[in-house]
Each structure stands twice: as structure tokens, then as C-alpha cells.
Design a protein around this ligand. Structure first.
Ligand SMILES: [Zn+2]
Length: 141
């Protein structure tokens, strides 16, 4: 039987969902992920301009990353902290969350969630290009 494409926590349907890397459940939506995001730190970089680009040198300092919100594309700032211009260094569709209250299998406090893109049969094996587009076009919230 085809599993319903719905958030395992709040039951929301017709929105983008994420699944644990290497697993097919629980599925969670952006809103539930935001509420469960794991606190992360980044290593502070000192940036130096070298011609057209910037070179970053890691310092000993670590700072907490600001809380993220999933954007309309289903992305959050990558977990590397701000770049030379103060903006995040790239975006990622991987969400790092704490699923302690949701799943006994994921109690570490940090679970990496990836876009849940099932194929036509509801399986998570190979993901054809058109299914990725389907995911991208789902509303985020
Ligand atoms: Zn949810």
C-alpha cells in the first residue's frame, strides 16, 4: 500500500516534506522542522580580500548560528555561518533537527533530513528528475 505523503507529526499534506537521510520515516514538514531545529555552532572566519575573492581563515571562536526558517524553495542557510559579506555561505535543502519527541530511532538530537521525494509508487529508491520538480513545486508551508 502506498504510504500517505503527510507530516508524521502534524499530519499536514500537500506541502514539501523531509525524511531522515537513509530512511523513509518519519516524514516532517517545514513548520515542524523549524520547531525542532538543532542548535548549531559555526567556526568564526576572518576574511581577507585577495584580488577578486575573499579567503577565509578559521579562528578558535565558535558562535551559535541564528535560528533558520525554511524559505519558499525549501532551503535554509548552509551551516557554515556568514561569508565575507555577512550573508550565509550558500543555501541547503538539508534540515538538521532534533527528533527526540518524534522517534525513538532518532534520539541523538541531530538528525539530517533530506527532501522526501517518492517515486510514482511511493518508494524512495531512485528519484527521477520530474519527481524533484514535483517536490520543488509543492508549497513549503
Ligand atoms: Zn508538520
Amino acid at each position: 500500500m502506498k504510504k500517505p505523503y503527510e507530516c508524521s507529526i502534524c499530519g499536514r499534506q500537500n506541502v514539501k516534506l523531509w525524511r531522515p537521510y537513509m530512511d523513509t520515516e518519519p516524514l516532517i514538514c517545514a513548520t515542524c522542522a523549524e520547531e525542532r531545529q538543532s542548535p548549531k555552532e559555526y567556526v568564526v572566519c576572518v576574511w581577507k580580500e585577495q584580488g577578486d575573492y575573499h579567503v577565509g581563515t578559521h579562528t578558535e571562536r565558535k558562535l551559535p548560528l541564528p535560528k533558520w526558517e525554511v524559505n519558499v524553495e525549501g532551503k535554509v542557510p548552509s551551516y557554515f555561518g556568514p561569508g565575507p559579506d555577512g550573508f550565509p555561505m550558500g543555501m541547503t535543502d538539508q534540515l538538521i533537527v532534533n527528533l527526540k519527541d518524534v522517534s525513538q530511532a532518532y534520539s541523538s538530537g541531530e538528525t539530517t533530513m533530506v527532501p522526501a521525494v517518492p517515486d510514482e509508487d511511493g518508494e524512495y529508491t531512485s528519484v527521477p528528475e520530474n519527481r524533484c520538480k514535483w517536490w520543488e513545486e509543492l508549497p513549503t508551508k
